[in-house]
Design a protein around this ligand. Structure first.
Ligand code: NAD
Ligand code: UGA
Length: 319
């Protein structure tokens, strides 16, 4: 199959591209190395991919490309490109979230409406749930995003639905729940905390640290995407949680145990936009996709620690 991965140099997009290549597909990866975090890190993410002749990399901004031309002859699209941080989405930066999360998705859908693609699989987010009263969250739960980022992901997801409903674009949305593991973005909690053990720096915890996340290991998020190719039902959304729901305080304890060093923690105000808890009911993904997360938090964290130690040796550890 010929597969387009947008955001291919990012955390999830690079893993996804590698898996698709491993399974024998041809992958066209697009990324423009936005300045949200270091370009060197992203280049490192795709270092082995670009050596593979079945991976074609296009360094370009999706907003500037002729998308109809880009997707001609493509069988599947994995749309990962976005501005992904939750907490920095307020104020002036909302404009960026609007363009990268909503406008690009609309343009991609518009282009896909005139093709025979088999699936467009959209990277949605647990942040669409926000203040929902349900724990665990199901795909039928009420949606009250708490961050401007969450609003843009929900808008994009709903655009996906309406292009399915009106133009039969076979779109499936996967609501990832806080993904972690090697190549995790440097703004995310685990990366920050582990980095601090390596560099001997202080960390900040937002709130009392008793908030929970249903952390999802990267290989499990990738496997959900693979299952979607055959089993994802167009027009549908699926929760992709990792089954490792724990508090941030517990994560710190685990990182201290793995790294053998004590972290200096400063407790700060709760950040605007942060959900208190996330917890995915994954029965729909289990039943319809055959999804079953297989990597627990201890193994997954150890893998991320090893990766950050490697990155440090390469001089790429970024703050
Ligand atoms: P990431 O920032 O590592 O990857 C996104 C990539 O998209 C970046 O490399 C960026 O340069 C690229 N990009 C952005 N705008 C672009 C444009 N206009 N043209 C070309 N490339 C562009 O983020 P990630 O953590 O890998 O997240 C991937 C997707 O998954 C995002 O859509 C995000 O919203 C979603 N998501 C992530 C998580 C998570 O925990 N990481 C959870 C839920 C949802
Ligand atoms: C993550 C991703 O960053 C988003 O792209 C994604 O959309 C979202 O998951 C999702 O599941 O949809 P978040 O859960 O905020 O967002 O992930 P982290 O940055 O890893 O934060 C996890 C928890 O740690 C949050 O409660 C946050 O407040 C806390 N945190 C984070 C700290 O206490 N200190 C920090 O320095 C960073």
């Amino acid at each position: 199959m010929r597969i387009l991965v947008t955001g291919a140099a990012g955390f999830i997009g690079s893993h996804l591209s590698e898996k698709l290549i491993e399974l024998g597909h041809d992958v066209i990866g697009v990324d423009c190395f936005t300045d949200y975090y270091s370009k060197d890190i992203k280049r490192n993410n795709i270092a082995s991919l670009i050596k593979n002749e079945r991976f074609q990399f296009i360094e370009a901004d999706l907003l500037k490309l002729d998308l109809r031309k880009l997707i001609s002859g493509i069988d599947y699209i994995y749309h990962q490109a976005a501005q992904a941080g939750v907490r920095p989405s307020w104020g002036k930066s909302f404009e960026v979230y609007n363009r990268l999360n909503i406008l690009i998705t609309q343009r991609l859908l518009e282009a896909a409406a005139k093709t025979n693609i088999k699936r467009l699989i959209f990277a949605s987010s647990s942040s669409v749930y926000g203040d929902t009263p349900d724990i665990p969250m199901t795909e039928h739960s009420l949606l009250y995003p708490l961050s401007p980022y969450g609003v843009t992901k929900l808008a994009a997801e709903q655009l996906c639905y309406l292009y399915w409903k009106n133009f039969q674009v076979p779109v499936v949305s996967l609501r990832y729940f806080t993904v972690y593991g090697p190549r995790q973005r440097p703004d995310m909690a685990f990366n920050r905390f582990i980095r601090a053990t390596i560099l001997g720096e202080k960390i900040e915890i937002y709130g009392d640290g008793e908030q929970t996340r249903d952390f999802t290991y990267i290989a499990d998020a990738v496997s959900a995407n693979m299952l979607c190719m055959e089993n994802g039902s167009p027009g549908n959304v699926y929760n992709i949680g990792g089954g490792s729901r724990i508090t941030v305080n517990k994560v710190i304890e685990k990182i201290e145990n793995i790294s053998g060093s004590k972290l200096e923690v400063s407790y700060q105000e709760v950040q605007k936009g942060d959900m208190r808890h996330t917890y995915a009911d994954i029965s729909k993904a289990k039943d319809e996709l055959g999804y079953a997360p297989s990597i627990g938090i201890d193994e997954g964290l150890a893998n991320e620690v090893n990766w950050l130690n490697e990155i440090n040796k390469k001089g790429l550890l970024c703050r």
